[in-house]
Design a protein around this ligand. Structure first.
Ligand code: PMP
Length: 481
């Protein structure tokens, strides 16, 4: 059984600091938010939907400058495997600071980096670890994606790439091309298997098999217009795409298809890694061993760090072929080593599997009472709730349209109740929960209580007028509010 850090008591409603917020404090907070909106880029995202000013944080909880406490299920977009400011992470950072070690060393060898690499390799699928090379990249996930694409292009001498509908790999040019949003002539987009909204209209294993056959066919048809590519990049669970777990059988099919044609398989585990989906790496669910793994977010223990690990055979780079000033972040490596070791030693991946399954079950119960929940899905502690506008005349209709406005309303209602959630999916209609893996049972219940309350309130406000839905169609379950 996992040894979990004792959870701080979780109030069921947001708590005010003892003593009221003074007028001066209130106007200071408003000033910070106002100056941010005046000075920062129009591209800012979370700052718009979550207008809070965090000043302290511990575990699942963030405290705003206004004294309110929030349960943080955004976790730095899935970065904070151990939650905020976990003692083992703070201790590891302090140890480096107190030791007088250099903080910036480009790609020089250091004991801190050596320890990180050893710990990381201990977590990898053994057949990859036995023969792996690691490339420290620029600090973000997208840097590692770029490195992976460049690596396979260099190693194969080919330029094309296979990627998937709904994918998200980052915001730099190559990563963006590989993502679902932007077309690139070198990228061939393949259907990602989806149970809900399956492009083939069948879902399940059959839909996944059809998607695999499509891939096979494109590669083998000499007139498909698709030349043998440099690589295939996939997320074992699409995160930003709306929390869509790929079936294990499909993952194995992708491995067979790529291996048979000498196409390197790149697993983007930037978001799924470090226990998040219920195994240390999400590829372990299927037993697939990719040729390249793209890792970031949680591996830096909340500080910026990104790497690729890959089979040594692909290491065709010349010295300096891929560089970056900030690829030697010592504090991030120390924080990352502590995080990886803590997750491994305390079996937090197993904990994520058990708790995630329980949370999914409760959310599925909620879906039965709320027709605006089109789908509940996820793996481990990577959970998505897709909100839809059901056809009131035909509540059983297949694939009702996604309801992004309701998703925004639910996110806002969650915030009002002291719960921070993320939105994702094709039209940002999926509410995403990415709590830390240290979540206690009580905290999970508090998160779901607040979510259920927020959903009911947002649903009422969103579609005013009693009844919210024509109750003729809801005879067995009935509205829960
Ligand atoms: N790949 C995946 C699967 C991601 O989820 C993300 C970020 N959400 C990235 C790559 C890009 O990472 P970053 O934002 O650190 O560049």
């Amino acid at each position: 059984m996992a040894v979990i850090e004792p959870a701080p008591a979780v109030p069921s409603t947001p708590q005010a600091r003892p003593g009221k917020r003074t007028a001066a404090e209130g106007s200071a907070i408003e000033g910070i938010l106002r100056r941010q909106s005046l000075r920062e880029s129009a591209a800012r995202t979370y700052a718009r939907s979550l207008p809070i000013v965090p000043v302290r944080a511990r575990g699942l909880t963030i405290e705003g400058a206004d004294g309110r406490r929030y349960l943080d299920c955004l976790s730095g977009a899935g970065t904070l495997a151990l939650g905020h400011n976990h003692p083992v992470v703070l201790e590891a950072i302090k140890k480096v600071l107190d030791s007088g070690a250099p903080l910036h060393v480009l790609d020089l060898a250091t004991p801190v980096k050596d320890a990180f690499t050893t710990e990381l390799f201990a977590t990898l699928p053994p057949t990859l670890a036995d023969d792996a090379r690691i490339q420290f990249c620029g600090p973000a996930g997208t840097d590692a994606v770029e490195a992976a694409l460049k690596l396979v292009r260099t190693a194969t001498g080919r330029s094309g790439l296979l990627s998937f509908t709904g994918a998200y790999h980052g915001m730099t040019a190559g990563a963006l091309d590989a993502s679902g949003g932007a077309p690139d002539v070198r990228v061939t987009r393949l259907p990602y298997p989806q149970n809900y909204r399956c492009p083939f209209g069948v879902g399940g294993e059959r839909g996944a098999e059809l998607s695999a056959r499509w891939t096979e066919n494109l590669l083998d048809d000499p007139k498909s217009g698709v030349a043998t590519p440099a690589g295939m990049i996939l997320e074992p669970v699409q995160g930003e795409g709306g929390v869509i777990p790929a079936p294990d059988t499909w993952m194995r099919r992708m491995r067979e298809i790529t291996a048979a044609r000498s196409i390197p398989l790149i697993a983007d585990e930037v978001q799924t890694g470090v226990g998040r989906t219920g195994t240390f790496w999400a590829v372990e669910h299927s037993g697939v061993v990719p040729d390249v793994m793209v890792l970031s977010k949680a591996i830096g223990g909340s500080l910026p760090l990104a790497v690729i690990v890959y089979r040594s055979e692909l290491d065709a780079w010349e010295p300096g072929a891929h560089a970056g000033t900030f690829r030697g972040n010592q504090l991030a490596m120390a924080a990352g080593t502590a995080t990886l070791a803590y997750v491994r030693q305390n079996r937090l991946a197993d904990r994520a599997a058990t708790l995630g399954a329980r949370m999914l079950g409760r959310l599925q119960g909620l879906a039965a009472a709320h027709p605006c929940i089109g789908d509940v899905r996820g793996r481990g502690l990577m959970i998505g709730v897709e909100l839809v506008a059901p056809d009131t005349d035909d509540p059983g209709a297949l694939d009702p349209p996604v309801d992004p406005a309701l998703a925004v309303a639910v996110q806002r209602a969650c915030l009002d109740r002291g719960l921070i959630v993320e939105l994702g999916g094709r039209h940002s209609g999926v509410v995403r929960l990415l709590p830390p893996l240290t979540l206690s049972d009580e905290q999970a219940e508090a998160v779901l209580d607040r979510f259920a309350d927020a959903l009911a309130a947002a649903e009422r406000a969103h579609r005013p007028g009693p009844p919210a839905y024509d109750t003729r169609h809801r005879n067995d379950t009935g509205p829960s509010h």
